[in-house]
Each structure stands twice: as structure tokens, then as C-alpha cells.
Write a protein that binds this ligand. Structure first.
Ligand SMILES: [Zn+2]
Ligand SMILES: [Zn+2]
Ligand SMILES: [Zn+2]
Length: 274
């Protein structure tokens, strides 16, 4: 299983467009992994997670495309994770190689409402909109994956996701969320250990309550919670992402902070194999 994380910033990107704070100026100066775009990931070539307005840019920068995507799953309704009009590019004349079958789309009730409003006739857009996801109720994708939506500490109805591929490989996609609710940790503990786990680290090195999002200390705490409940082993790849300029720590400092805890720091375009 191969996970590509294309966008690793919080909602405003980092550097943020209207901001000249020291963290944004330093990101402009250092460049490289400190230039972070809005959310989006791809599992192998066929399962897309979230679709921000930066998705076209993600494909341009990495030389990848989304022509093999069969399933699209959304975590929640925030605009750094979904911009419905951007899904128009999956149909003609915006693609000359449209998907052979409609892309099957999953999301919470808010997300599905946004998509139905944008696409009154989803089939014309090569989309198949499934009923809204419900917490702790697994659904199956066209390629035989299982999506288990888990409660997040974030916006109303937001989910973190446990994704199991048809071959048994598994991913916990843990953002956006503060410290994970007990029901989420319990559900993860009842399944096989994860191959990859991705954590929300919006608050970076800033002092925070770890509510709504997490900082470095919250991620360390949740990684340990996953180990303690058996959801993570020494083989699980642990990755922090979704960083905001308000967190202060640059990529190189985040790497240093997480190193003793066995947690890697995502950058735009990182490919994680598990
Ligand atoms: Zn977000
Ligand atoms: Zn800034
Ligand atoms: Zn959010």
C-alpha cells in the first residue's frame, strides 16, 4: 500500500497568502518542505482522500494524475478538504479520458449535501454519490476496501477514517481532529494493527488544549495511545501532518521534536509505504 500526502498545511496554506508573520517569512526563505499546500492524499492510485482547491496544483507539482481514481472519500466539510466545483474536472470537456465507471463518493451528511447541491445530476459529472457516512458504520468501496468512519473531535459530523484495502493493508487517516474520542480508540483497538497512521498536528509547537486539532504533544500522546491499545506496533508508520503557521515550528524543527517518538513529519508529496 502506498499513501501519497499531497498537501500538508492547515486551511490557509503555509506560508499563508495574507500573512508576513515570522513563520510564514521563514517558510518563504527556507522553501522546500516548508512550503505546504492544502489537504489531499491518494492511496495507491485509486482511492482519493479529500479534494481541496490545491488538488490541481498537487498533480502539476508531482507529475501524477487522478485518472485511475475509483473512490473518493471526504473527511469533513471544511473548505481545505472539499471544494465541490473542483470535481467538475472528472467529466468532459475537462477530461478526454473520463473514468470508465463513475467515481464513487463518500462523505458525511454535510459533505453529501454540498455535493448534491453542486451536482443535481451526478451521473453527468461521472460521480456516484453514496448515502452519507455514519459513525462506526463500515462501508465497502467498488474495489473491495472498507471505510470505517470514526468520530473526530472537530467540526460537527467530522470523521477520521480507518481504511482497509482489499489486501488487508490498513491506514488510519486521523485529521482533522483533536485528541481522539474514546469510541475511536476503542474501534481501532478492535481491529488488526495499522500499517500507517496519520495524525493532525495543526498546532505544532504552540501551547494548545489539543481540542479541535492537536499539537506535537497531543500527537505524541495519541501515538502512544494507539500503541497501548494494540492499534499500532513498531511496524506501523506514524506520520504527523496538517501544520499551521501558528504552530511556529518549521519542518526541520518538527522532525527533531518527533524523532525521539518514532513519528515522521509529512511534507507535500511525501510517499509512505506500509
Ligand atoms: Zn483541515
Ligand atoms: Zn503566517
Ligand atoms: Zn477541518
Amino acid at each position: 500500500m502506498e499513501l501519497t500526502i499531497f498537501g500538508t498545511a492547515a486551511a490557509e496554506g503555509w506560508p499563508a497568502p495574507f500573512c508576513r508573520c515570522s513563520a510564514c517569512q521563514e517558510a518563504r526563505r527556507r522553501g522546500g518542505p516548508n512550503l505546504r499546500s492544502r489537504s489531499g492524499a491518494l492511496l495507491d492510485n485509486d482511492l482519493k482522500i479529500d479534494f481541496s482547491a490545491d488538488t490541481v496544483g498537487h498533480m502539476l507539482r508531482t507529475g501524477r494524475d487522478l485518472a485511475d481514481v475509483r473512490t473518493l472519500v471526504f473527511t469533513h466539510q471544511h473548505s481545505d478538504h472539499i471544494v465541490p466545483s473542483e470535481l467538475e474536472w472528472a467529466s468532459g470537456p475537462f477530461t478526454n479520458t473520463p473514468p470508465a465507471q463513475p467515481i464513487v463518493v463518500f462523505g458525511n451528511s454535510q459533505v453529501m449535501e454540498m455535493l448534491h447541491a453542486q451536482f443535481p445530476n451526478p451521473a453527468h459529472a461521472n460521480l456516484e454519490l453514496r448515502p452519507a457516512l455514519e459513525a462506526l458504520v463500515p462501508v465497502t468501496t467498488p474495489t473491495g476496501d472498507t471505510i470505517l468512519p470514526l468520530p473526530a473531535d472537530h467540526a460537527p459530523g467530522a470523521f477520521v477514517l480507518r481504511l482497509t484495502r482489499a489486501n488487508g493493508k490498513s491506514l488510519f487517516y486521523g485529521h482533522d481532529s483533536g485528541l481522539y474520542p474514546a469510541a475511536t480508540l476503542t474501534a481501532l483497538s478492535q481491529q488488526a494493527p495499522l500499517d500507517i497512521a496519520v495524525f493532525d498536528c495543526t498546532y505544532g509547537g504552540a501551547k494548545s488544549s489539543n481540542k479541535g486539532h492537536m499539537g506535537v504533544d497531543g500527537v505524541v500522546q495519541m501515538a502512544q495511545a494507539l500503541r497501548d491499545c494494540g492499534a499500532a506496533t513498531e511496524k506501523t508508520k506514524l506520520i504527523a501532518t496538517h501544520f499551521s503557521h501558528n504552530g511556529g515550528l518549521m519542518h526541520e524543527e518538527l522532525v527533531e521534536a518527533f524523532l525521539p517518538h518514532g513519528i515522521a513529519v509529512a511534507y507535500d508529496g511525501i510517499v509512505v509505504r506500509g
